[in-house]
Design a binder for this molecule. Structure first.
Ligand SMILES: *[C@@H]1O[C@H](CO)[C@@H](O)[C@H](O)[C@H]1NC(C)=O
Ligand SMILES: *[C@@H]1O[C@H](CO)[C@@H](O)[C@H](O)[C@H]1NC(C)=O
Ligand SMILES: *[C@@H]1O[C@H](CO)[C@@H](O)[C@H](O)[C@H]1NC(C)=O
Ligand SMILES: *[C@@H]1O[C@H](CO)[C@@H](O)[C@H](O)[C@H]1NC(C)=O
Ligand SMILES: *[C@@H]1O[C@H](CO)[C@@H](O)[C@H](O)[C@H]1NC(C)=O
Ligand SMILES: *[C@@H]1O[C@H](CO)[C@@H](O)[C@H](O)[C@H]1NC(C)=O
Ligand SMILES: *[C@@H]1O[C@H](CO)[C@@H](O)[C@H](O)[C@H]1NC(C)=O
Ligand SMILES: *[C@@H]1O[C@H](CO)[C@@H](O)[C@H](O)[C@H]1NC(C)=O
Ligand SMILES: *[C@@H]1O[C@H](CO)[C@@H](O)[C@H](O)[C@H]1NC(C)=O
Ligand SMILES: *[C@@H]1O[C@H](CO)[C@@H](O)[C@H](O)[C@H]1NC(C)=O
Ligand SMILES: *[C@@H]1O[C@H](CO)[C@@H](O)[C@H](O)[C@H]1NC(C)=O
Length: 653
């Protein structure tokens, strides 16, 4: 496995040298794909012209049950769009491109998702460099585009007009529509939960309001985040950001709106900054407070306790239960005024919506405020300011409450409760303080490079094979033959050059019986040793003699070795890899101390292979290390070298 990956990486690198990035940005009907069918390719089946975005049948977060048709930014692995977010499929579920558009069905053929009816028949599907998935008719007129159906993310070049929403996902592995959304209004961008606003762009310290034109859409570009009005000619609100070629604005599943930039997705803007302002951060009536490091911690307010298996809090007195809004489908007909009472939350506790909704009354006393709530079955509680007599009502759904220090110290919350215990109230005496709701930050996978290398290399390789046999029809074979990978595990830089230079050679590169170094040599180790000895041409295919220079091969080998440094931190990122290959940045010197694991691994590999296939013949080794102790053959079973984790050999960060 390790060797195949390494050879794949070498592939991609070699193909960069001869500038082989060819377009697979178009697919034509009839085409079908499933993750299983493209499993060798990590589910990727379409790639934009310059390889910035790919389309994939992908299972986010490594779970194995929910697969989605996604558009993914290659360098960062950020999912920028998903088609069937509410209707995931299994790894054998299919996407089909027909003259009618795209449809997605599960393995049993059950319909899951499709594009809406189109005006004309589809002649191509294109993935653009901006990350837009576009259906074109025969005149290249756009029939449908994913940019018009945003999920939780916008990219540079995409507009989010008034009337469209970004909706959060449920979690990083479940892309279905969650409860948070970002809406663009005529004057602002708003974050909402249950139709209640909890954040506005205009109130952020980094946002500048330039004009009072009506907002038409939100967009990001290389230098900022903007709300535009007057047909794009006026900036209404702007947030200036440092220049970056890649940037996304994403409503995270946690309820925060983020702007990320660069292939490492570094966060440059977030709203709300204070996580306690996220409406459901601590569950229903959970009390969120910031610790010294501004990390939110959850507990229950006084007079409330947590219920087991949930972050929610309920009245401690088991003879009271929370009321349920009558607009809710969960009907407990609990609006009998004589059964209503109010549980006081205590001072220094506020509700996210109070800053964004108008009080329903001012200049009244508490009993008037409570009566207002009791008479309205949609009211779930009140906040009352004694000094001003302001009365706020809580509606739709109860979210978390937050502890405030100083601000609105006079504001007191009262939660509507009903006499009579409800089943959820239970009899457990859970200590609310003990219950810490896990607050999961966005986990940014720092890897990208490895995936990109392998994916691109493999994708390219498949393409070049296919385009050789049948003129690119992009109807890939249904099951990749296992022989494909076998032909990879041959050392040398062969296959790419076979195609590009030796076009007259037949077939797809070496078979295990063809010339070249024996298959069982562990190629990364071989490359390392030839690097140490400065014999770079040894690494290249013999048939290339005279056609590649030692310098060209040296560059490849050095970049490739840097990419397999044992310490991930020593691996170059994709930007530097590309820079090195394009001769813009000097090629790094591989750190031998971080590559020694290859010797260990390589030796185990060859030993294992020896036992399995060569029955003790030592002479198959092309380059026995002078002092290599290959004699201890009895030590390994064929699988015993797998104790080096894939992370350790996984290539660049
Ligand atoms: C594509 O599939 C449709 C039915 O799904 C069929 O009618 C049509 O002939 C097919 N076209 C091609 C080019 O195979
Ligand atoms: C692709 O890259 C080339 C060279 O870097 C550039 O000239 C071209 O504009 C890019 N194409 C797109 C669609 O971005
Ligand atoms: C997903 O389902 C939610 C309701 O659960 C709905 O509001 C949303 O529009 C759906 N999204 C898509 C893309 O179908
Ligand atoms: C549509 O676009 C493709 C690729 O850019 C091009 O090859 C083709 O000629 C175009 N067709 C028309 C009708 O413009
Ligand atoms: C939110 O408001 C819209 C229209 O204003 C309404 O259709 C929808 O039911 C509301 N949703 C909730 C959860 O109150
Ligand atoms: C981004 O948009 C703003 C507002 O239209 C504009 O002033 C700025 O020049 C744009 N930046 C780039 C890099 O195009
Ligand atoms: C808005 O601008 C586009 C081009 O930027 C133009 O085609 C369109 O006519 C304009 N619409 C209005 C209402 O000015
Ligand atoms: C909820 O209760 C009201 C009156 O008590 C009734 O009219 C309505 O049908 C109920 N809704 C549901 C979903 O049971
Ligand atoms: C409300 O509760 C009181 C006392 O329990 C009862 O007498 C009355 O009939 C109830 N009213 C309704 C509308 O359920
Ligand atoms: C609250 O105000 C109402 C009318 O303004 C009045 O009738 C009532 O007595 C007041 N209650 C208290 C406790 O002050
Ligand atoms: C509320 O305000 C009134 C006077 O406006 C005062 O007498 C009363 O003590 C206050 N109550 C509380 C709980 O602060």
């Amino acid at each position: 496995m390790g060797s195949s990956l390494f050879v794949l990486a070498i592939f991609f690198l070699s193909c960069s040298l001869v500038s082989c990035i060819t377009s697979t940005e178009f697919l034509y009907p009839n085409f079908t794909a499933s993750n299983l069918q493209f499993v060798d390719n990590f589910g990727n089946f379409l790639i934009s012209r310059n390889g910035t975005f790919k389309a994939s049948l992908f299972n986010p977060n490594g779970q194995q049950t929910n697969f989605y048709l996604c558009v993914i930014h290659m360098a960062s692995n950020a999912i920028t769009w998903s088609a069937n977010r509410n209707a995931s499929i299994s790894n054998s579920g299919k996407m089909s491109l027909t003259f009618n558009g795209i449809s997605i069905t599960d393995q049993d053929g059950a319909f899951k998702w499709s594009t809406p009816p189109l005006k004309a028949s589809v002649s191509a599907l294109q993935l653009t460099e901006m990350g837009n998935l576009v259906l074109l008719d025969q005149f290249n007129v756009t029939l449908w585009e994913s940019f018009r159906y945003p999920t939780d993310t916008i990219v540079i070049g995409q507009n989010l007009p008034v009337g469209l929403l970004l909706s959060s996902a449920v979690s990083s592995g479940d892309l279905s529509t969650g409860n948070y959304r970002l809406a663009v209004s005529a004057s602002d961008a708003l974050l909402q939960w249950q139709n209640l606003t909890y954040w506005k762009l205009s109130m952020d310290a980094k946002a500048y309001t330039n004009s009072n034109y009506a907002v038409e859409y939100m967009a990001i570009n290389q230098t900022g985040l903007y709300l535009f009005g007057h047909n794009g000619s006026v900036v209404v609100i702007q947030v200036n950001l440092s220049p970056s070629e890649f940037r996304i604005a994403k409503l995270d599943y946690s309820g925060q709106f983020n702007v990320f930039s660069g292939s490492s997705l570094s966060r440059e803007f977030v709203g709300p900054d204070d996580k306690c302002q996220i409406p459901f951060i601590c569950g229903r009536l959970g009390l969120c407070s910031d610790d010294a490091a501004s990390n939110p911690t959850c507990s229950c307010p006084p007079n409330f306790h947590a219920i087991s298996n949930s972050a929610d809090c309920v009245p401690s007195d088991g003879s009271y239960s929370l009321s349920v809004s009558c607009s809710s489908t969960d009907n407990n007909s609990g609006s009998n005024a004589s059964l209503v009472s109010y549980s006081r939350l205590g001072y220094g506790i506020d509700y996210f919506a109070n800053d964004f909704t108008m009080p329903v009354k001012s200049g009244v006393n508490l009993s008037v405020c409570e009566d207002l709530c009791s008479g309205d079955c949609s009211c779930l509680g009140v906040f009352f300011e004694n000094s001003s007599g302001l009365c706020f009502v809580l509606q739709n759904e109860l979210g978390s409450v937050m502890s405030t220090t100083g601000r609105n110290a006079d504001r007191l919350g009262f939660i509507k409760t009903l006499v009579g215990s409800s089943p959820t109230n239970g009899n457990n005496n859970f200590n609310g303080q003990a219950l810490r709701f896990p607050i999961v930050g966005l986990v940014l996978l720092p890897f990208t490079g490895f995936f990109l290398l392998v994916a691109l290399g493999f994708f390219w390789w498949r393409r070049s094979r296919i385009s050789e046999t049948e003129k690119v029809k992009l109807s890939y074979p249904t099951s990749p033959s296992s022989g494909d990978l076998d032909s990879f595990s041959i050392p040398g830089l062969p296959v790419r050059f076979d195609h590009s230079i030796d076009d007259d050679t037949s077939g797809g590169g070496y078979s295990s019986s063809s010339s070249g170094p024996p298959q069982l040599v562990y190629f990364p180790l071989f490359a390392l040793e030839m690097h140490e000895q400065g014999k770079y041409l040894e690494v290249a295919d013999l048939r290339l003699e005279g056609r590649v220079t030692s310098e060209e091969v040296e560059k490849l080998v050095r970049v490739a070795l840097c990419c397999v440094h044992e310490e991930p931190a020593l691996r170059p990122n994709m930007v530097s890899v590309v820079g090195m290959l394009e001769c813009e940045t000097p090629v790094g010197q591989p750190r031998l101390e971080s590559l020694n694991f290859l010797r260990f691994y390589g030796r185990r590999f060859t030993e294992a292979s020896t036992i399995e296939e060569n029955d003790g013949q030592d002479d198959f080794m092309l380059y026995p290390r002078a002092n290599a102790s290959v004699s201890s053959k009895m030590s390994g079973s064929p699988t015993s070298f797998s104790y080096i984790s894939s992370q350790q050999v996984s290539g660049p960060r």
